[in-house]
Design a protein around this ligand. Structure first.
Ligand SMILES: *[C@@H]1O[C@H](CO)[C@@H](O)[C@H](O)[C@H]1NC(C)=O
Ligand SMILES: *[C@@H]1O[C@H](CO)[C@@H](O)[C@H](O)[C@H]1NC(C)=O
Ligand SMILES: *[C@@H]1O[C@H](CO)[C@@H](O)[C@H](O)[C@H]1NC(C)=O
Ligand SMILES: CC(=O)N[C@H]1CO[C@H](CO)[C@@H](O)[C@@H]1O
Length: 359
């Protein structure tokens, strides 16, 4: 009886470690997203808020640490050096992106000896879309991500040395994840994160959920492209930007369209009402802050009065201000790049990232 109580208590905080990873294969249209991922996809099946959910993720083995046998599907891990924890990179996507957007970075980190885990968050991309039935919070998304690492046996004493890399909303989530699980995160990399300013306090009018829901429901390829072209990419457009806009537009019109929009509206509410802004001084890991200084992203800018708009999204200042607040932060500013340096200038981005990780 006591053992059962203990088991229940333990499993209340993490996903259980047995047989909840589904290695697929899966159909290409998964939970409302039909984008073809180049990498094999896995699913974590778990319960959260009383709901059975699936969290899709990409899992890349470290290339430097593996030996491929004559049968290419069998990958053998080399023996760990004693006292040397394997390195894991956890890559967190932004609101308008998916795990697969991190593919090139995942490949670069794989070559550098990292096992790379790239989840689609609940409500996004190829993961479950619980819609209005779910309480979205940065803490909940961080807990779900921790449950994934736990199910992969990457947490705990014998676990892994985890580097968390987050872009845009994923940067805000990476910050929250580091605050919640400081013992797990050895390094933190933030790439044009949102949440570097307290949007409501700066003057963004708080919107009713029905207003954000209408905006989400009206999203399509044209609106996504116009927004990203002007806000992310300095007015330019290229094939490398288009692929992610097409991927996202398909989810807004896909088989889970309504539930996707319900979730995304709540995600906007989450970003506005759950700032990490005040907690940067508590961030413990060594941090690399990569900022494309021409980025102008700010949540709620579109519906703010002009006097507020002109104060928001000034990444040429936000990087410097944030770097001063984090105890151990290296700031790298990319002059002339916008919201997604890893997409705009992948070579430069990966060079910077890998060089910092080597030191
Ligand atoms: C995904 O769906 C869209 C629209 O329904 C379609 O045009 C596109 O070809 C599909 N893509 C894939 C990879 O199946
Ligand atoms: C995690 O460890 C447990 C206990 O050793 C094992 O049963 C399980 O298969 C492992 N899970 C994964 C995904 O490696
Ligand atoms: C900052 O990082 C350096 C290098 O890892 C380390 O030596 C130093 O103790 C850290 N400082 C703080 C305040 O954490
Ligand atoms: C709610 C829902 O339809 N979830 C599905 C997500 O995709 C997985 C894998 O195909 C299914 O098992 C779930 O039922």
């Amino acid at each position: 009886m006591q053992l059962l109580a203990l088991l229940l208590a333990t499993s209340a905080f993490t996903a259980s470690a047995t047989s909840n990873i589904d290695n697929g294969p899966f159909q290409s249209d998964l939970n409302g997203s039909n984008f073809t991922y180049g990498q094999p996809l896995k699913l974590l099946r778990f319960h959260s808020q009383g709901l059975p959910l699936e969290m899709a993720f990409i899992d890349l083995p470290p290339i430097a640490d593996t030996v491929t046998t004559s049968e290419p599907q069998h990958v053998r891990y080399t023996r760990k050096k004693p006292g040397h924890k394997p390195k894991t990179a956890l890559l967190l996507h932004g609101k308008n992106f998916c795990s697969v957007t991190w593919s090139a970075t995942g490949y670069a980190l794989q070559q550098a000896g990292y096992r790379v885990i790239i989840p689609d968050q609940i409500g996004f991309c190829k993961s479950s879309k619980p819609g209005a039935n779910y309480q979205y919070s940065l803490h909940q998304l961080a807990l779900n991500t921790h449950s994934l690492l736990s199910a992969l046996n990457l947490t705990g004493p014998g676990g892994s040395d985890v580097t968390v890399v987050g872009h845009s909303l994923g940067g805000m989530l990476a910050t929250r994840f580091s605050l919640l699980y400081p013992e797990l995160v050895s390094r933190l990399v933030l790439v044009n994160p949102i949440g570097l300013e307290p949007y409501l306090e700066v003057g963004v009018p708080y919107p009713d959920l029905s207003a954000t829901l209408r905006t989400e429901q009206a999203s399509n390829y044209q609106s996504i492209r116009e927004y990203e072209q002007s806000t992310y990419y300095l007015g330019a457009w290229a094939r490398e930007y288009d692929v992610w806009a097409v991927m996202l537009a398909q989810i807004y019109s896909g088989s889970e369209a309504q539930k996707f929009s319900e979730g995304q509206a709540r995600v906007v509410d989450m970003v506005l009402t759950q700032p990490v802004y005040y907690e940067f001084p508590r961030v413990q890991p060594n941090t690399l802050l990569i900022i494309g200084t021409k980025d102008t992203t700010a949540i709620g800018k579109q519906w703010s009065p002009p006097s507020v708009q002109e104060r928001l999204g000034k990444y040429e200042n936000l990087g410097k201000e944030t770097a001063k607040k984090i105890a151990n932060c290296t700031l790298v500013e990319f002059e002339g790049l916008g919201h997604a340096p890893q997409i705009q200038a992948p070579h430069r981005f990966h060079e910077t990232l890998l060089e910092w990780l080597r030191t």
